[in-house]
Design a protein around this ligand. Structure first.
Ligand code: GAR
Length: 228
């Protein structure tokens, strides 16, 4: 598959469980995604996502940030690993590191992240807890281009879930995760089909600026992954 020049190379960055990585692997295995994950890189040797990658015969690398004197040096080592491949899409899937501006700018337009909130709400950590404390009616996840400002890059696609009476942090996290597993492979497919571009601060889908209403994705009974 890698010899086929129409297959988009991917490098996936993880720090933990890797369920979003798994969602992308599952889509590739269903032959629903024309991409090849060239390498999965974790900054933690114990990340469960590394096991998932190995089980799918994907190469892995561990780059422990504690082995580097500062952020810039770690990021340069990371870039060296990524740059072995031909302009891959760099997919952050639960990669819990803040990246230097130098790194982010190097991958301008081909570095994406998934964040567990409806950005611009709830940048940073503990999003589920903060949504519950605020009494919000909706929560969700956002796939966005990464720019130097943390969790503030242009949004490509968001998945919205309702906050239900009796929801706990765990129940909410589970539902947001399910939504993440739908929207992240979908965005990766758009990249594989050359349908998504970053132009200035605007996201273009199939050449047209994406509008607020179009970037929200909600489960309907026909969507795969919906229990109904
Ligand atoms: C996901 O919920 C993702 O949105 C979040 O980490 C989780 C990783 O899960 N990312 C961030 O919070 C980044 N700011 P996974 O390892 O099972 O894919």
């Amino acid at each position: 598959m890698s010899e086929d020049s129409s297959v988009l190379p991917l490098v996936v960055l993880i720090s933990g469980n890797g369920s979003n990585l798994q969602a992308i692997i599952d889509e590739i295995q269903r032959a629903a995604l024309s991409v090849k994950i060239e390498l999965v890189i974790s900054n933690r040797a114990d990340a469960y996502g590394l096991k998932r990658a190995r089980q799918a015969n994907i190469d892995t690398a561990v780059l422990d940030h504690r082995d580097y004197p500062d952020r810039k040096k770690f990021d340069r080592a990371l870039a060296e690993l990524i740059d072995q491949f031909d302009r891959p899409l760099v997919v952050m899937a639960g990669f819990m590191r803040i990246l230097s501006d130098e790194f982010v700018n190097r991958y301008h337009g081909r570095l994406i992240n998934i964040h567990p909130s409806l950005l611009p709400k709830y940048r940073g950590l503990n999003t589920h807890q903060r949504v519950l404390a605020a009494g919000d009616k909706h929560h969700g996840a956002s796939v966005h281009f990464v720019t130097p400002d943390l969790d503030a890059g242009p949004v490509i696609l968001q998945g919205r879930v309702d906050v239900l009476a009796g929801d706990t942090e765990d129940s909410l996290r589970r539902r947001v995760h399910e939504m993440e597993h739908l929207i992240y492979p979908r965005v990766v497919r758009w990249f594989a089909n050359h349908q998504v571009q970053l132009e200035g601060d605007s996201v273009l889908i199939a050449g047209l600026p994406i509008t607020e209403d179009k970037r929200i994705f909600e489960l309907t009974p026909n969507e795969p992954g919906n229990a109904g």
